[in-house]
Write a protein that binds this ligand. Structure first.
Ligand SMILES: [Zn+2]
Length: 394
């Protein structure tokens, strides 16, 4: 019989070291170019320890000294500022949507260097799809000579278990227990990190977007998949097996769409882009399956397209209001195509959320949002633990 396991040995020095490394690199991300003395002042770390971390990051190729030294007031020694070195490393980003996969390269600031959409055309068998994504990433790396990939982040809707790198369930893709990390890792030879796209984008907003500095943020993703993610401080809530944020089957009062779960008026089926496009097709507004065509029709002044988009934004606002009641975040980010491109949609969404609430803003990443989602998964790992995720080890 196994004996009772001894408690794991405490390792505060290692944890502290990790945290400090993360704090220093984040400080360079947020304030660079920045003098080491300023980092010490901002972070409360000792100047010697900041200098030490900066030397290690410079060695790893993550940061570099900027060319123009700034003279410190009244002191002879120049304070050479440091900044992220965005010339050397990139990360790969993969986002799997229902109709297409986005592959991209991002720099260390989370900026999209290059991206491409790979249409599924009905072919969503996971092994073949991930092989095509890996080939797509390899083609992008060929296009950007000299770029060295640190790793790949994959963002997918549905139920994604970050710890095992598995898509547990994604009914719209027909995926179940897909070991994405393992499959894509085998194709690319790179470390692969996987997370749900709503959570990935909370991290993107926290690191590179408008939610930077926010103490709590709710992100609502409304595409074909509808899900939510919530972060307090730097921690995104995952829950056991990363099941948090699955709001696809929240009931929407007055909803009329039949859902695959057997009920009527579930949030995801009411708000999904498929439903939007189907309604637009039925009204003769569009003839394809692309939600961007509905936006184009609205831009041309088609009143039905405008009404469909505004209604969808309003419903999104009602869903956000329900979540706000539970979570009371300081800021709310919504990734929804109407609110992203149209003032009337954003206004309808905000009105449905109601006054006296946290400010609601559209995603910070515009039409690059899906590329950023994938890249954010791996950049979050890097900024959390830069020394373990260093170029030699990542
Ligand atoms: Zn349902």
């Amino acid at each position: 019989m196994p004996r009772t396991a001894a408690p794991p040995p405490a390792s505060p020095p290692r944890d502290r070291r990790r945290t400090s490394a993360s704090v220093v690199l984040r400080s360079v991300l947020e304030h660079g170019p920045v003098a080491r003395s300023t980092i010490a002042r901002l972070t409360g770390l000792s100047p010697a320890s900041v200098t030490d971390y900066c030397a290690r990051f410079t060695e790893l190729g993550l940061i570099r000294e900027t060319r123009a030294p700034q003279k410190a007031k009244g002191v002879g020694r120049p304070h050479v500022p440091v900044d992220l070195d965005d010339s050397r490393f990139v990360v790969g980003g993969v986002h799997v949507a229902v109709p297409y996969t986005t592959v991209a390269l991002l720099d260390l600031r989370g900026r999209v260097v290059v991206r491409r959409e790979l249409k599924h055309a009905g072919r969503t068998e996971p092994r073949a799809l991930l092989a095509r994504a890996a080939a797509g990433l390899a083609a992008l790396l060929d296009e950007v000579p000299g770029s060295r990939p640190l790793g790949v982040g994959v963002a997918v809707g549905g139920w994604v278990d970050r710890d095992t790198g598995t898509v547990v369930e994604h009914p719209l893709l027909g995926w179940r227990e897909v070991p994405v990390r393992e499959l894509l890792g085998a194709h690319t030879g790179l470390p692969v990190h996987v997370d749900g796209h709503a959570r990935a984008l909370v991290n993107g907003e926290r690191l590179f977007g408008r939610a930077r500095g926010s103490r709590s943020v709710l992100h609502l993703f409304v595409g074909n998949v509808v899900d939510a993610a919530f972060a307090t401080g730097d921690e995104v809530h995952h829950g056991p097996r990363s099941q948090a944020g699955t709001i696809a089957h929240l009931p929407v009062p007055g909803g009329t769409e039949p859902c695959g779960c057997g009920r009527t008026g579930c949030l995801q089926v009411e708000l999904s882009e498929r439903t939007l496009v189907r309604r637009a097709r039925a009204a003769g507004v569009v003839d394809g399956a692309n939600p961007m065509d509905v936006l184009a029709a609205a831009r041309r002044g088609d009143p039905v397209a405008v009404r469909l988009l505004v209604e969808r934004a309003r419903l999104t606002g009602r869903a956000a209001a329900l979540l706000l009641d539970v979570l009371n975040p300081e800021s709310v980010v919504v990734t929804e195509v109407g609110a992203l491109y149209r003032e009337d949609c954003l206004a309808a969404l905000r009105e449905a959320v109601g006054p006296q609430r946290a400010p609601v803003v559209p995603t910070s990443f515009g039409d690059g949002v899906l590329a950023v989602a994938g890249g954010s998964v791996v950049l979050d790992v890097l900024y959390r633990d830069p020394l373990s995720a260093s170029p030699e080890r990542i």
